[in-house]
Design a protein around this ligand. Structure first.
Ligand SMILES: NC(=O)c1ccc[n+]([C@@H]2O[C@H](COP(=O)([O-])OP(=O)(O)OC[C@H]3O[C@@H](n4cnc5c(N)ncnc54)[C@H](O)[C@@H]3O)[C@@H](O)[C@H]2O)c1
Length: 322
């Protein structure tokens, strides 16, 4: 795969990018780029509220075979669903940049779970200081990755602090129980009230932890840092990220797009379908907080949950949402 062109409204920024990474052509708008180029794969990074219209425009370009978008895949569930449907109709592969599925610490811990090193799963816990769309979406997606993208039975959620108005429009804090069956629940905390794990108080964005508890032990995996295992035989294993196999998660994510397009693998692990399942869990948290009941992730009415709860609790502007 070769990067042939880039576009950004901030023309100086995109020119500098093209100069740094030796990209042949730069444009001020996506319209210009699509009019002059014949791209097979397009990455769309701009703010999430622009995702649906741009993805739908890009998917209608004849040469395009795959689109990679940043997380959150959209703000509103209805927009996410419409965007996924357009890509399905056009036969375009849509991939969400949930790169933690390729991060060495999360892959290592997942392999340990699959090898039975912590025994039968009892529960999972995911926390992030970033809110539900800033980082919670990554953590929900990781829970899904560890549970092989299965459909939850129900979600029970609560929120606090109003809805942030910035780039990552979401509850300032949220907590949820996600039930997969009577024996397996996952617990999520996303936003300012979630715990601080990182020793450096300035490392706000590195406070993302996944815990996996089994009958024979527990794993604690810290985003970008490494993992710890506490096993029931009394052993304690600590692996820093630097002790684990070196990987470039962004490169691996893009390589898997090439593999799907070349027919080497049938699906991408960060597919739109998996992203949509995570988005439905997220919307179920709002529906649950609004209705004060446990909510099924496929029930109708989830797409308006964020709007309804914003009306109910109000919008706030915070520095962390910038
Ligand atoms: N996967 C990850 O871990 C990860 C990490 C950081 C950011 N992100 C996501 O990336 C997205 C962008 O975040 P950011 O921090 O880079 O935002 P940003 O505001 O720094 O950059 C957005 C860019 O989009 C450009 N833009 C806006 N509207 C445009 C338009 N109509 N046409 C062309 N360009 C346009 C802006 O000029 C700007 O350069 C967010 O959704 C964020 O959540 C993901």
């Amino acid at each position: 795969m070769k990067l042939v062109a880039a576009a950004d409204l901030a023309i100086d920024k995109v020119r500098k990018f093209c100069e740094t990474y030796q990209v042949p052509r730069s444009y001020g708008t996506m319209d210009e780029l699509l009019a002059r180029e014949e791209p097979q794969v397009v990455t769309f990074i701009a703010p999430p509220n622009l995702r649906r219209p741009f993805v739908q425009q890009i998917a209608h370009k004849e040469s395009v075979r795959a689109i990679l978008i940043e997380k959150p895949m959209e703000i509103d569930l209805a927009d996410a669903e419409a965007m996924v449907q357009t890509c399905r109709d056009r036969g375009v592969l849509l991939v969400i940049s949930h790169q933690s599925r390729f991060m060495t610490e999360f892959l290592e811990a997942r392999a340990w779970v699959e090898q039975g090193r912590i025994g039968q799963l009892e529960c999972l816990r995911a926390t992030s200081k970033g809110n539900l769309t800033a980082q919670g979406t990554h953590m929900i997606d990781l829970l899904q990755f560890y549970l092989n993208d299965r459909e939850p039975l129900w979600v029970m959620g609560q929120i606090d602090g109003g809805i942030e108005t910035g780039l990552h429009r979401a509850a300032v804090s949220a907590a949820a129980t996600i039930s997969y069956d009577d024996h397996l629940h996952a617990y999520l905390e996303a936003g300012l009230r979630s715990p601080h794990h990182h020793p450096d108080p300035k490392q706000f964005w590195l406070n993302c932890r996944l815990e996996v508890h089994g009958q024979e032990g527990a794993l604690y995996v810290d985003w970008g840092c490494g993992l710890r295992a506490l096993l029931s035989d009394g052993s304690r294993i600590v692996k820093a990220r630097s002790d684990l196999p070196r990987r470039d998660e962004h490169l691996d994510l893009v390589s898997e797009i090439a593999d799907v397009l070349d027919g080497k693998t049938s699906s991408h692990r960060c597919s739109a379908e998996n992203g949509l399942r995570a988005h439905r869990i997220l919307s179920s948290i709002y529906r649950s907080a609004h209705d004060r009941r446990a909510v099924g992730c496929t029930e109708p009415g989830l797409s308006v949950a964020l709007k309804e709860i914003t009306t109910a609790v109000g919008a706030v502007s915070l520095a962390t949402s910038a």
